[in-house]
Ligand binder design. Structure first.
Ligand code: MG
Length: 156
């Protein structure tokens, strides 16, 4: 069994679409990014690549490339799983923590898990998504950004 960790942060920006785990969440701000800014998927894909010993998503999908402009991050997630599978590694479990003062995440958790499970073609009970605030401290607390931590297990 292999374990990987992923972490990502994006800055909030008024008027952009907020996409987390492939789900568009109604909110007056979104996340600034070259891609669709799906910070949850970026952290999860990095955890998968980390467990596989395959560097990070920036190596395969540079944010300087025209090809990745406004990219649907689900493509990145699928690619991370495919690269792991090429090394004989099968997804086992992931746990993701969204760190955001706003929006309230609880109403969206189940639709995010469902979207991730469909994108990854794995059972929904193999993906946990949870959320916390940082008690109005730091850049997540002030609403300047959203962070996500993810850990993932792959089976050899
Ligand atoms: Mg990112």
């Amino acid at each position: 069994m292999r374990i990987g960790h992923g972490y990502d942060v994006h800055r909030t920006e008024a008027g952009r679409r907020l996409v987390l785990g492939g789900v568009t969440i109604p909110c007056e701000f979104g996340l600034k990014a070259h891609s669709d800014g799906d910070v949850l998927i970026h952290a999860l894909a990095d955890a998968i690549l980390g467990a596989a010993g395959l560097r990070d998503i920036g190596y395969y999908f540079p944010d300087t490339s025209e090809d990745t402009l406004n990219m649907d991050s689900r493509i990145i997630l699928k690619a991370a799983l495919e690269k792991a599978a090429e090394k004989g590694l099968r997804f086992s479990y992931a746990d993701c923590t969204v760190v955001a003062q706003r929006p309230k995440m609880a109403p969206h958790i189940e639709s995010i898990r469902k979207c991730l499970s469909e994108t990854m073609d794995v059972p929904v009970d193999r993906i946990n998504v949870k959320a916390t605030t940082e008690e109005k401290l730091g850049f997540t607390g002030s609403g300047e950004g959203i962070a996500v931590h993810a850990v993932c297990l792959l089976d050899e």
